[in-house]
Structures are given as structure tokens and as C-alpha cells.
Design a protein. Structure first.
Length: 74
């Protein structure tokens, strides 16, 4: 079943996310930075793992996949 999270890309900053399939004990994340293009459209975001502090850059649209990401910390 393909479920989608409804996301406003302009409200991503400081939002919290839970990985459905955690890797390396990293389950909870928050968006620490938003990357925009020349027209100021959001193209990517930086997720920071709460447990390890590691940062990952990804296309913000990946967060729409509710099979991989849940909004908030759960």
C-alpha cells in the first residue's frame, strides 16, 4: 500500500521524523537545514539523527513515503 505524508516543504525546518526501518540505532531525526535552489524552491533537507548526531542530506520528497518515514517521533 502506497501511503503519502502530506508535507509543506516550507515548513520542514525543525520538523521531527521517525524512520520506519531504523539503521544503526538511528530511528528519530529532525530537519536541521533546508536547501533551496536559485528560485528558492526547496530541493533537499539535512536530517540529523538524534541518537548519533549524524547528518544525512536527502531529497525532501523522500519524506512523503509513509512506508519509510512517519511524521513526529514515535
Amino acid at each position: 500500500m502506497n501511503k503519502n505524508n502530506q508535507i509543506n516543504p516550507n515548513k520542514l525546518l525543525l520538523s521531527k521524523w521517525t524512520a520506519v526501518k531504523p539503521q544503526k540505532k538511528e530511528k528519530h531525526f529532525w530537519v536541521t537545514r533546508v536547501i533551496k535552489d536559485e528560485q528558492l524552491f526547496v530541493v533537499a533537507c539535512i536530517l540529523e539523527a538524534v541518537f548519533s548526531g549524524r547528518e544525512y542530506e536527502l531529497d525532501w520528497r523522500v519524506l512523503k513515503d509513509a512506508d519509510s518515514w512517519l511524521m513526529g517521533w514515535r
